[in-house]
Design a binder for this molecule. Sequence first.
Ligand SMILES: [Zn+2]
Length: 168
Amino acid sequence: MAFTTPKTMSLKKITLVAHHFGLSGSAGLKQIAEKVSGSEVSKSESREVIWRFYVSNINNLQENYNKKLKPSKSDLKQNKENYKSRQDFYISREWRSLRYEALRNSDGCCQCCGVKAGKGIVLHVDHIKPRSKYPDLELSLDNLQVLCEDCNLGKSNKWDDDWRTASN
Ligand SMILES: [Zn+2]
């Protein structure tokens, strides 16, 4: 199949190819061409290599680009619903009842630093394994610990430290 390489390629076409290979749109032509061919490409051949790849993969490129940059309407709707159900979780009867049980078991103290609930000290019931990563453990008493606000905000969803044994 013969290709006629145009003298110039639009930035959009170059960007599509660059993105496909995980490069930013501002990558140099030579750099992109070498990613495409997997070997060294001279500067004068770069445009042709990119063009050939573009022409033979135009459908895939466009499709991947759309998928990456434009979430579909149904994706957006799904995200919104997931977010809403996450917000609803903390006011659900199941969560409140389980949360209270965890507070009773902790004697009203932070299970990490030992501070007692009182003036200015707010206790949180924390998911040891964060809900964002382990949604199936969100209603498991065994996955809950009581932490003061300071300890809990420090932990956030970055750690899954279990402090319950430390206080026993
Ligand atoms: Zn604490």
